[in-house]
Design a protein around this ligand. Structure first.
Ligand code: NAD
Length: 449
């Protein structure tokens, strides 16, 4: 089939490349950002997503990249995967959706499926935005992929949700079914409004789990217990389990924090207080602030040098949107400390834009040079392999803040560092090492969506 995808970001590019690779379809990517467009035209993926570059290279002969829908001949279906940000007040900003759908007015009969995340109550406007009298050739298909494992998530999703209008035709649904025929996953065809809520609520619930375990981690620290032991104990209850229950310095990205605001705003419009969604958001911000304060408390009033390992909102992506690492970096810079950071994927200019004043160094080891404290802010696997004994010789003060619980505290202490980890007791080299706390290994999840 011939498929057009509007928006070649994390969702659109993964969708387009996967349609070409798995289904052998011919895909036209429409991308208006000139930098992304230029890189795509050179056959390069403009951001970090494991496996995506190889997959794109493999299917280059079936993928065309254009800057405008005007350059597209009528395809069998158009997927829309542009961003749906929110305003400060949490109200949905559908500017990119509206512009994309307006650009399709010249194709009045084309099948259109919106993969972008739509806030509650907004799908109903899609036919009007497309200048159509009904939704017979329109659907929604919320995407659940997680950055960092997006290629696998596309190929093996937990479910495929299709949102349909009352008048969405069987013909339209069979085009979609043909495009997804190689994907083995439960199908759920529901009303467009239900599809919106499934996506928003799924993200809200994931965020709820993370904020809850983060709050519990704080409590564990105060009571001098290791949160791993607490989580191991509750994980054995099959009603609770261990998935997506890993404490950290807070969740970020373009989805989870946004969805909480979207849920709160949607409830507010209906006169519902949405206490839980608002609290989950507050706990997440407080978690990042609390971690920042714990670092600041160990530093002189100003002028210290802090090394940061990781800047992206989670491992295996270069995405800085909503990144807790950036939040912490800004707090340190505001307090007039020097921040030197290394991230294996983030482009230095993007980091400097996100946290003006930050200095980017070339390697993880450089972060330790002359540092008064080193912070692990993103759970990149390479940071777990750092030779801490060698790193100890480079620092001015041996202070480690593990915001991702990536290191074994005993190893850090044995190398001569004072170790502070979320949900763990702080430990200094003079203390006797204790055996590893957790009896049950907890699943490691990314803060993705
Ligand atoms: N990133 C994720 O992990 C993820 C997961 C599930 C769902 N989503 C949802 O998917 C949607 C896209 O997210 P994303 O992270 O891929 O966003 P993104 O910002 O990375 O990509 C959107 C792309 O669309 C392009 N664009 C915007 N308007 C355009 C137009 N009129 N014509 C051509 N190109 C246009 C932008 O230049 C950008 O490159 C959002 O609604 C998001 O909430 C994202």
């Amino acid at each position: 089939m011939h498929v057009t995808v509007i928006g070649a970001g994390y969702v659109g590019l993964v969708t387009g490349v996967s349609l070409a690779r798995i289904g052998g379809h011919h895909v036209t990517l429409v991308e208006k950002n000139p930098l992304r467009l230029a890189e795509l035209r050179d056959g390069m993926v403009p951001f970090e997503e494991p496996g995506l570059q190889d997959a794109l290279t493999e299917v280059l002969d079936r993928v065309t990249v254009v800057e405008s829908v005007d350059q597209v001949e009528e395809p069998d279906l158009v997927f829309v995967a542009v961003a749906t940000p929110i305003s400060e007040s949490g109200e949905p900003d559908l500017t990119q959706i509206r512009a994309s759908l307006q650009s399709l007015h010249r194709l009045p009969d084309v099948h259109v499926c919106v993969r972008s995340t739509l806030p509650p109550g907004t799908s109903a406007r899609l036919p009007l935005m497309l200048n159509r009298t009904d939704g017979s050739r329109i659907s929604t298909n919320p995407e659940f992929l997680r950055q960092g494992s997006a290629m696998a998530d596309y190929a093996e999703p937990s479910r495929i949700v299709i949102g349909r209008f009352p008048e969405t035709s069987e013909d339209h649904l069979s085009v979609l079914e043909e495009l997804f025929e190689d994907i083995k996953a439960p199908r759920l065809i529901v009303d467009v409004s239900s599809a919106e809520l499934i996506k928003n609520v799924a993200n809200g619930f994931l965020a709820l789990k993370l904020s809850f375990v983060n709050e519990v981690a704080g409590l564990a620290e105060e009571y001098g217990v290791d949160v791993d032991e607490v989580l191991s104990g509750i994980a054995l209850d099959p009603r609770i389990g261990s998935a997506y229950m890993r404490p950290g310095l807070g969740f970020g990205g373009s989805c989870l924090p946004k969805e909480l605001q979207v849920l709160s705003a949607a409830g507010r419009r209906q006169g519902l207080p949405m206490h839980v969604a608002r609290a989950v958001s507050q706990v997440n911000i407080e978690q990042q602030d609390r971690f920042s304060r714990s670092i600041l408390e160990e530093l002189p009033a100003y002028g210290a040098r802090v090394g940061m390992l990781g800047l992206s909102f989670k491992a295996d992506t270069d995405d800085l949107r909503g990144s807790p690492a950036i939040h912490v970096a800004r707090r340190l810079l505001e307090a007039d400390h020097e921040v030197l950071a290394f991230d294996p994927a983030v482009r230095p200019e993007r980091a400097r834009e996100a946290a003006p004043g930050i200095q980017i160094v070339d390697s993880a080891m450089d972060v330790f040079r002359g540092a008064d404290a080193v912070v692990i802010a993103t759970e990149w696997g390479i940071f777990a392999d750092i030779d801490l004994t060698q790193a100890r010789d480079l620092v001015r003060r041996p202070m480690l803040f593990d915001g991702r619980r990536l290191l074994d505290p005993a190893v850090a202490v044995a190398a001569g560092f004072v170790y502070h980890g979320i949900g763990r007791q702080s430990r200094a080299p003079s203390q006797r090492d204790k055996p590893a706390a957790s009896a049950v290994r907890l699943a490691v999840d990314g803060d993705g969506e």
